[in-house]
Design a binder for this molecule. Sequence first.
Ligand SMILES: [Zn+2]
Length: 369
Amino acid sequence: MTRHQDLENLPRVDRDHLIGLVRTLSELPGPTGQEETVQAWLAAHWRTFAAHVEVSAVNNVLAKVGGQGRRLVVMGHADEICLMVKSVSESGHLHVWPFYRDTLGRPPRWFNPASQPCLVLTDHGTIPGFIAAASGHVVGGQLSNAGGLEWNDLFIEIGASSADEVRALGIHAGCRIVWNPRMARLGDHLLVGKAMDDRAALAIATVVGESLAGRDDLAYEVWLASTVQEENGLIGASSVVDSQPFDVAINLDVGLTGDIPGPDQRDFPSRLGHGPILVHSDSSVHYTRTLIRDLAAAGDAVGAPVQHAIFQNYGSDGAELIRRGVETALLTYPTRYTHSPIETVDVRDLVGIIQLIVAFATTPRIPLV
Ligand SMILES: [Zn+2]
């Protein structure tokens, strides 16, 4: 059970500031296993308001915002999905392999990397390019239409003309490739770009930290965390509690919606712009029921309505925290076109999450008798 404070204590979220944070964070390159740019940006920014910032050996970033009592962490992941260079052709093109354990030999239906601008992370910096495939004019007669493109049909064009030239640029097997669009705005409320998964979460966490820092009415000792290597199996999150023994976690990530042509709304009832989604269970875990209930109550109290869902074919860092004994909720912002360069979120949902978390963090929880 929760007790709610007066509505006038709620933060008015500066939308332009929030959108600027989403733009900055989503455009940073931070592929799985190479999240340094994102983590360095967060550590530097969080130091401007946090009492203490630490970086773990595996590059998780943790920031203590303030307060006393049970230790609450608001968490998102820094990494974005990526391709890896597996070899370089004599023509100066980069052959690729995905970030995950592939058993198909080709991109699955849900992953469409071709014909997109990309950024190659080299030993010396970044180089722009495109994810390419030979066009129908030159291979059309040789391919059947069955099966679609295989990984070896895709390669990276960076404008080099030989393998030696590529090597001289600091590119070799193991270098990572991310999509490279600029964030765009559509209509009055939509933000579109790469890595909304999970940088919009880290923008939310940042505004939550800014809003709570220096307040004397926190009901918890409040921390922020940005983890590494979520996309390949929740690796970074598994050691977060070895750095700091948290009691309560709110894990932030993208939420699945069915409000576009294609998905069955019986499976995906959530909609963009209709508020944060509290996730009760996903492919790997059931989230903490009492914490979900209290977050929903906090949302009600501040006029930030929530949606409730179960997510099929989905996992989050929250599972690792529950495995390690931390009471954990998964709070998501509805997102269309997940794991694409046009991940789409509604800024009103992001604002709703911020208001909900601020209300929760300043509301003492009354234990059930
Ligand atoms: Zn994610």
